[in-house]
Design a protein around this ligand. Sequence first.
Ligand SMILES: *[C@@H]1O[C@H](CO)[C@@H](O)[C@H](O)[C@H]1NC(C)=O
Length: 276
Amino acid sequence: MRCSLLPLLVALKLLLLPDQTNTQEVHLEDYKYGHPENNEFCSWRCLHFTLQWPAGFCLSLDTPPLCQIPQTVNDWTIHGLWPLWAEGRCDCWPMFQSDVEELEAQLEEHWPSFLKTKSSFQFWRAEWQKHGACAACVEGMNSPLRYFQISLKLRQKFDIQKLLEDAGITPSCDRPYKVREVHQVLAPHLGDKHEIQCVQMEDKEAWFQVKVLLSRNLTIGCDHPGDAAGAPEPGSGPTWRPSHGHPCPPDVPFYYLPIDHQQPLQPCSCCSPINN
Ligand SMILES: *[C@@H]1O[C@H](CO)[C@@H](O)[C@H](O)[C@H]1NC(C)=O
């Protein structure tokens, strides 16, 4: 509604108050995106930076057969950078391919779409419109280019695969891991409040996502964990919503599955517990 009504209201205001230059200016100023003092949706204090593990992510989809993992992707990728604003969408701010032209190669590598039906650009645009437009309340993220630049920097900062590898935690079909051992490795780098998310496959748990809690200024952790409770779920359409995602249960060992580009849904085809 905001998308369609706001320009109309601005136009009406301009028509009705032709002499009041100040009012016009103020109103046009309000209409500019991301004015923290005027937009209620700018009151958020925390964000989630969410990274996904491609092998697990495919299993989390409502429609797993739509999943594909590009040959070039062998690492954790970005799902999104989400201000914890639970009240609905923020401003309506369109995004065009030219906005992120200079980042395209990096985004393709670190923020690809895994859906056959969705191009990477469509994924980025959906993330921007749903979450980026809220993040734009912060000066460093107040354009699509800046929002994606910051996200890529965060991805660089949180090199999960390397942290795990250095601790001997590598993708495996046979060896499940415990939440506690993974937390121990990641907490010094991602903060105590990071969340490890799993998806259930039959009687087993597969790791598919990590959510890093950040403050508005992008430092690790956030003092208002209550805000996180009302966090919007990821996604911009039903196919993006992980169907069975949940915090990995502390008492059940989970699998950090290898990526199989040929058969993304059966990364352990010899003895796969997954049947599709
Ligand atoms: C970032 O924000 C947090 C929480 O508001 C604050 O404690 C911290 O000092 C800030 N850090 C910087 C570098 O501004």
